[in-house]
Design a binder for this molecule. Structure first.
Ligand SMILES: [Zn+2]
Ligand SMILES: [Zn+2]
Length: 215
């Protein structure tokens, strides 16, 4: 079967996100998704807990701040520390049973990997709905994925509920985490989606700002 999954979503346990755990299945179903990956900044505990407590498919992951840029680790059993090189981070993700995704490798202002995205990664996030400039970032990431010959995936990088599903990956797999992960590794997946519309992006910034100011 084929399933649709947004592989990059931040819950409220990321300082800059306002998405409550119970909102994840609501918005995901509305967008016709079969699952989402929760990838909070430099923590795995939130994703593991949300995944355990939900009867909707939540892949536990995290977005690691490496010395060379952001890296998404999916299906992790243990947390990976920040501040290591990209190479060390990818190794740690593999040791923790996960796959390493070079997220938004070509976007501006986002801690992107650029040339540090290598074939050691399992996939390139070709479409990231939050990437600026969006079209440029998709084109560069496509070129990178072709050059490296690795899988292509997509995620919204949502920090605000309605952004969930702006981009998603179609995977040829059963609705089981391990099956999805091995299909992505084998390239049995395809990225889809678009950039976050401006109005939605402004709302995200507003709610994120309000959250950062609240006691
Ligand atoms: Zn990032
Ligand atoms: Zn992110």
């Amino acid at each position: 079967m084929t399933i649709r999954i947004d592989l990059h979503v931040h819950s409220m346990y990321s300082v800059d996100s306002t998405i409550r755990p119970e909102q994840l299945p609501l918005y995901a179903r509305k967008r016709g998704l079969d699952g989402v990956a929760v990838t909070d900044h430099d923590r795995l505990d939130s994703a593991l807990r949300i995944s355990r407590e939900s009867n909707f498919l939540i892949l536990p992951g995290m977005e690691v701040t490496s010395l060379d840029g952001h890296i998404v680790g999916l299906n992790l059993k243990e947390s990976v520390p920040k501040g290591l090189t990209a190479e060390e981070t990818v190794d740690r993700i593999h040791d923790a049973g996960g796959i390493a995704i070079a997220c938004h490798p070509s976007a501006f202002f986002k801690g992107s990997l650029g040339e540090c995205a290598t074939s050691r990664f399992d996939a390139i996030e070709v479409i990231n709905s939050s990437a600026i400039p969006f079209r440029y970032s998709v084109r560069r990431s496509e070129e990178l994925a072709s050059r490296l010959g690795i899988s292509r995936v997509a995620g919204s990088d949502a920090h605000y509920g309605p952004e969930i599903g702006c981009a998603y990956t179609v995977v040829k797999a059963e609705l089981v985490a391990q099956d999805i992960i091995s299909a992505i590794k084998k390239g049995m997946c395809q990225p889809f989606g678009k950039g976050i519309p401006l109005g939605m992006r402004l709302k995200r910034e507003f709610f994120s700002f309000r959250k950062s100011r609240s006691p």
